[in-house]
Design a binder for this molecule. Structure first.
Ligand SMILES: *Cc1c(COP(=O)(O)O)cnc(C)c1O
Length: 360
């Protein structure tokens, strides 16, 4: 069986070493030494000034919306994971969908302005597959209309634009450290902001708003993460460059083998690095996608239609809104298996089957 993804697991002994320390200290959660160390090491690795390690990528988005005190309409992309939209609705705001760019698969910045109303308060955009949005254009629009910007960077761990972390853009960026993501702490998330006051507020919010044992500074929630998760994050950080390098090799092998396959890859941001978190292909049409997916499944290979369907046509709590580009792309995009343990032979098999499906 070849799944679409498999979590990276480091040597068990390394995790056991961290467990020994946890047992000795008997400090399990509430920003213990491992969680603090992880924050320091992540700031250093990502080259950013401020960052908070939180429960998961979804709570990171919800806390971002809450901390910016957003109320009203938030312009967002329908081509993302459900948490991008659900967090907007969960926080009592209205998602307003703007279609994506057919090449980058990110929100089409040229279509944002026409969606702005007197109720618009923010833009929440996803760096889809880690490919950065048109951050300069979005920044310009936000400034002109006095809007906040949040980036869902769940896929964008380690990505840089002209040497600068993609997490430095927007008022707040978030990341997911879920087991299925490129870099993980089993469950986990990050909140990044350049604004020290906003960071302080978010840090209070993460811990019920506590400001001392009997005092509160803010409305808060439980957004903390545990020493067990931090330990996994610390170990995986040691391997992340090796993981990315391996995924690069696997991706290049796919590209070589699929030269004659009727599909294209998303057009990547020209000044940005890649983290090889996914291997998405936009197939010629949905018919080919269904043929390919069936043949793969018969052979116990599980690619994933990610993202499908569009968030604007599938959620019972948002208005049904078909969109030209998003619906077309969602119907024919397929993410092929890509993970650290995947072998060249397995890629060869996947590619042989795809070409066979196409030529049948
Ligand atoms: C995974 C993901 C999330 C949610 O992150 P969790 O850590 O699973 O809560 C949000 N947005 C996108 C785009 C994701 O892929």
């Amino acid at each position: 069986m070849i799944p679409v993804t498999k979590p990276f697991l480091p040597p068990k002994e390394e995790y056991e070493n961290y467990l020994t320390g946890i047992w000795q200290r008997q400090w399990l959660t509430n920003m213990g030494p491992l969680a603090n160390d992880l924050e320091l090491k992540l700031k250093n690795y990502l080259q950013i000034k401020h960052l908070l390690f939180v429960t998961n990528g979804t709570i990171a988005l919800q806390m971002a919306i809450k901390a910016l005190e957003l109320r009203g309409e938030i312009i967002t992309t329908p081509f993302s994971f459900v948490a991008t939209t659900s967090s907007i609705v969960w926080e009592g705001c209205q998602p307003v969908f703007v279609d994506i760019n057919a090449e980058t698969l990110n929100i089409d910045a040229t279509k944002i302005e026409s969606a702005i109303t007197d109720k618009t308060v923010a833009i929440l955009a996803t760096h889809v597959y880690g490919n950065p949005c048109d951050v300069e254009a979005i920044d310009k629009i936000a400034k002109a209309h006095n809007l906040k910007v949040i980036y869902d960077g769940a896929h964008a761990f380690g990505i840089k634009i002209n040497g600068k972390s993609v997490f430095e853009y927007g008022d707040i960026s978030t990341c997911s450290l879920h087991a299925t993501k490129l870099y993980h702490s089993i469950e986990g998330g990050l909140i990044i902001t350049k604004d020290a006051d906003l960071l302080k507020k978010l840090a209070y919010m993460r811990n019920f708003g506590f400001n001392g044992p009997e005092a509160f500074a803010e409305l808060g929630i439980n957004g903390k993460n545990s020493e067990f998760h931090a330990g996994m994050g610390l170990i995986n950080l040691k391997y992340i460059d090796t993981i990315i390098e391996k995924r690069r090799t696997l991706t290049e092998h796919y590209q070589k083998k699929l030269i004659n396959f009727k599909a294209t890859a998303p057009v990547w941001h020209k000044e940005a690095t890649n983290n090889y978190g996914y291997f998405p292909l936009i197939l010629e049409n949905e018919e080919l996608l269904i043929k390919c997916n069936q043949l793969l499944q018969t052979n116990e290979i599980f690619a994933r239609r990610y993202f499908y369907p569009s968030l604007a046509t599938t959620l019972p709590y948002v208005e049904f809104k078909p969109m030209l580009i998003t619906d077309d792309i969602a119907s024919k995009v397929l993410c092929l298996p890509l993970y650290y343990d995947l072998s060249i032979e397995e890629i060869d098999l996947v590619c042989r089957l795809l070409l066979r499906a196409q030529n049948n």
